[in-house]
Design a protein. Structure first.
Length: 186
């Protein structure tokens, strides 16, 4: 029964998504909402993200949609370092800011700008230690940035109970089919 859940996954370009209105985004958010609803029934209270572009910000948006019915569900955005958005496009900065403005808690792990990759490893370690479970949009068939968090989570899980829930491409295909069935019922 996770009270605190870490959510992460691919960056948009790793999925071939270059616009937030891409049809795939709807299905990714639907998959995240489905898992969040299941965990809300088990006592989920907080979701942790680091504010990365892609799955993490879509998870934030999915959570905001659920907050209408579950106002006690909270979002914490804890970045690995200050100004992680410094080199992002204006459009991505606006998207990031819109999620930060609605979050219930915002902070940065290292109180300085980007220095070296150790800040990402520290972030992954922190998220594993501060959460009760991991929800990761990751498919072992397609390596990408989530691989590092996934491998660290598996090591962490070998030392103590720590549920890892993957959303794979097969899971997303099932969501697409479910949504298409819903549409055809109307």
């Amino acid at each position: 029964m996770p009270k605190v859940l870490t959510i992460s996954g691919y960056k948009p370009y790793e999925l071939g998504i270059f616009q937030n209105d891409h049809p795939s985004v709807f299905f990714i958010k639907a998959a995240i909402k489905k898992e969040l609803l299941r965990m809300l029934d088990e006592g989920l209270e907080w979701v942790l993200i680091s504010g990365q572009l892609g799955v993490e910000l879509w998870a934030g948006e999915a959570l905001f949609e659920l907050q209408k019915d579950f106002p006690n569900l909270k979002l914490a955005v804890i970045t690995p370092f200050l100004e992680q958005e410094a080199n992002w496009s204006e459009k991505n900065k606006e998207w990031y800011e819109s999620v930060l403005m609605q979050a219930d808690f915002v902070d940065s792990l290292t109180k300085k700008g980007y220095e070296k990759p150790w800040q990402f490893r520290l972030k992954n370690q922190f998220f594993l230690e501060k959460s009760d479970a991991l929800l990761l949009l990751y498919d072992q068939e397609k390596e990408g940035s989530p691989k590092y968090l996934y491998e660290m989570a598996l090591q962490y899980q070998s030392r103590q109970p720590y549920p890892i829930q993957l959303i794979t491409f097969y899971d997303l295909q099932l969501i697409v089919e479910e949504e298409q069935l819903k549409q055809s019922d109307f």
